[in-house]
Design a protein around this ligand. Structure first.
Ligand SMILES: *Cc1c(COP(=O)(O)O)cnc(C)c1O
Length: 392
């Protein structure tokens, strides 16, 4: 395995133990809470399951670092464990953090409901408008935090400007790279200090575990790991085994999802019952030029509005679909569909939702690995029924 190998090769071979354990082709599950004392002289080096240092943890860390082209990586019990622990390893009482204004719900709630109690203040920024960031900076600001592709309108921030701004103001730049996955975007290559992931989504890809990761500069990853050792949000070895298995097909899955999502977005954009389609791969998307320049693919996530802005008709449309499962989450092999007004953005009033572009007929789609033709055919039959209902 050479460091110049392509990502498909790294997904299989990077970080693997040599020699293999008892010759096993697959890394076994190390179902052992504790390990023989080997003369370790630092608490964090003691080999104990919560200290994130079983082979199931360290092999995943090495593989994740290799595929994002970063110095180091670690895994955690969930995406939120990775994100909250990352924040808490950098921020302390009196500090301040800048964040993109349309964050993943769990991150938004942690920042607005939990950080103030710890004496940590925050401000939201419009991540597409770097000129507006300067007036939000304080001498206590420590982090600037964005998401590669933001839910549910699939906006893409001015990513290089985030890196530049962090350098100028000596902040830690962090990006939640869950939606893009390391196949489409590798933050370390652009100069981000850290990236965080919900491995529950694309990295595992099979909707059967919860997990998280933090990837980036070695010094920072080390302090996140030490904080996780204290907070205890450690990934279970069984989940680590499934994540390791799921990651091997990451490139195959994501490339198919990129291709399929683009075809579906193009199909929907031409359909007379559809108002607007939000997909960075479409020329009509406000972030298309940015995404094209920085990403290797536009991802598997898209959203669209039915022309008829009616919650009842939209719910009926979702029920008429045969293949996509109506469920939250994303990034798995099965296509999932949701209506953000009733799921991720239920906490906002209808008027507030409308202000940020989330109408009652907005639908979010996570493209699975089913045949694209079958998904389009399914949309076709369901949209035909919408058209008959509307014209009646
Ligand atoms: C799901 C998700 C998270 C949280 O991850 P969990 O594994 O559910 O804790 C964070 N960020 C984004 C963008 C997500 O989609």
């Amino acid at each position: 395995m050479s460091s110049s190998n392509k990502v498909e090769t790294k997904l299989i071979h990077a970080g693997e133990l040599r020699p293999r354990v008892a010759g096993a082709v697959n890394l076994p599950i190390f179902q052992s809470a504790t390990y023989e004392y080997g003369g370790e002289d630092d608490y964090h080096d003691i080999r104990y399951i919560r200290l994130n240092n079983t082979p199931n943890h360290t092999v995943l860390g090495a593989k994740l670092a290799a595929i994002e082209g970063a110095q180091a990586a670690m895994v955690a019990a969930s995406g939120m464990a990775a994100i909250s622990t990352t924040f808490l390893s950098i921020l302390s009482k009196g500090d301040h953090i800048l964040l993109q204004d349309c964050l993943y719900g769990g991150t938004h709630d942690f920042v607005t409901k939990d950080l103030p109690g710890l004496g940590i203040e925050y401000d939201f920024i419009n991540a597409s408008d770097p000129a507006s960031w300067e007036k939000k900076i304080r001498k206590e600001t420590k982090i600037i935090y964005v998401e590669t592709i933001a839910n549910p309108l699939m906006d893409v921030p001015e990513l290089p400007a985030v890196v530049e701004f962090a350098r100028t103001h000596k902040l830690v730049s962090i990006v939640d790279n869950t939606f893009a996955s390391p196949i489409n975007f590798r933050p370390a290559e652009m100069g981000f200090d850290l990236s965080v992931h919900s491995c529950t989504k694309y990295l595992n890809g099979h909707s059967d575990i919860v997990g998280g990761a933090c990837i980036g500069k070695a010094e920072l990853v080390k302090s996140v790991t030490r904080k996780l050792n204290h907070l205890g949000g450690t990934m279970d070895p069984h989940a680590a085994f499934l994540l390791h298995r799921g990651m091997k097909t990451l490139a195959l899955r994501v490339r198919h999802q990129n291709e399929s999502a683009l075809k579906i977005a193009q199909y929907l954009e031409k359909h007379s019952a559809i108002g607007k389609v939000n997909y960075p791969g479409l020329e009509s998307h406000p972030a298309h030029a940015r995404a094209k320049e920085w990403f290797d693919g536009f991802g598997g996530m898209l959203s669209f509005e039915l022309k008829e802005e009616d919650a009842g008709i939209t719910d009926q449309f979702l029920k008429t679909l045969q293949l996509p499962i109506c469920a939250p989450s994303l990034g798995g092999v099965e296509s999932l569909i949701t209506r953000p007004a009733t799921t991720s953005h239920l906490g906002l009033s209808k008027a507030d939702r409308k202000k940020i572009g989330i109408t009652d007929s907005l639908v979010r789609f996570s493209t699975g690995i089913e045949a694209t033709e079958d998904l389009i055919e399914d949309f076709e039959q369901a949209l035909k029924k919408v058209s008959t209902t509307v014209s009646r």
